[in-house]
Write a protein that binds this ligand. Structure first.
Ligand code: KIV
Length: 275
């Protein structure tokens, strides 16, 4: 008898995503919790446990304060909720920039403790060495170029990238360096259509765009943004639901029912057994 537990559904893995270059578009959404991951799983190729969770779930002003513990806890939840989608977990700010060894140790910890299939790092050209170090040691890495939210303090805010020729050249180099280092896919964030297409044509691995036009091999959105949980979203977000309105309407109806003593009703209480 084999000691290996047989999974009934094989999860999508890094080579499957890499092989989608130039084929059918890759569908990716962020996910942070088990129940939402369970809903998204059948619709998405990739569930990204983005460090955007710091802002979206924990109310932080940016992603700089996100910790390894937060990423691991949400990574575990998303793995529990999903079965078939590839799960990629962001490495938080400060967990991969210090040294190659520290980056590898933190990436390996995320992989071991969550069971996710890959990690993602925000890649300036200097991170290429880190990507290569991790990939050579068996960790699939997704790279992230263009607008890099973890660089918010260097940039002085979240600003679209690639407006000048020098910056466009540097972002293209970041993407090329990520590919050469072994990244299996590259998230391209907050760049104009022309640059997104140029990057997509220049690399042999899939690009996954966010605020980067349809010129990429796939798309990702922050799930809470596309579900309409916030009053404000960036211009590139399409809202597919109005959860903020739905939740507010439900909470108001509940509050009315409690105040008017309509809740709980006769069918919503326990009865003691006679005798
Ligand atoms: O943290 C995140 O959610 C991300 C996406 C915006 C790509 O990196």
């Amino acid at each position: 008898m084999s000691s290996h537990r047989q999974e009934t559904v094989r999860r999508i893995a890094a080579p499957d995503i890499a092989a989608r270059k130039g084929k059918t578009p890759i569908v990716c959404l962020t996910a942070y919790t088990a129940p939402v991951a369970e809903i998204l799983d059948e619709h998405c190729d990739v569930l990204l446990v983005g460090d955007s969770l710091g802002m979206v779930v924990h109310g932080l002003p940016n992603t700089v304060g996100v910790t390894m513990e937060m990423m691991i806890m949400h990574g575990q939840a998303v793995m529990r909720g999903s079965r078939k989608a590839m799960v990629v977990v962001d490495m938080p700010f400060g967990s991969y920039e210090g040294s190659l060894e520290e980056a590898y140790a933190n990436a390996a910890r995320i992989m071991k403790e969550t069971g996710a299939q890959a990690v993602k790092v925000e890649a300036g050209e200097t991170v290429a060495e880190t990507i290569a170090y991790m990939v050579k040691r068996g960790i699939p890495v997704m790279s992230h170029v263009g607008l890099r939210p973890q660089a918010v303090n260097m940039d002085g805010g979240f600003k679209a990238k690639g407006k000048g020729a020098d910056e466009r050249k540097r972002i293209l180099e970041d993407a090329r360096a990520s590919e050469a280092a072994g990244a299996f896919a590259i998230v391209v964030e907050g760049v104009a259509e022309g640059l997104a297409k140029e990057i997509t044509d220049a690399v042999a691995v899939p690009t996954i765009g966010i605020g980067a036009s349809a010129g990429c091999d796939g798309q990702v959105l922050v799930v809470d943004d596309m579900l309409g949980l916030f009053s404000w979203t960036p211009k590139f977000v399409r809202r597919y639901a109005d959860l903020k309105g739905e939740i507010s309407r439900a909470a108001a109806a509940y509050a009315d029912d409690v105040r008017e003593r309509r809740f709980p009703g006769p069918g919503e209480i326990y009865f003691a057994k006679a005798g």
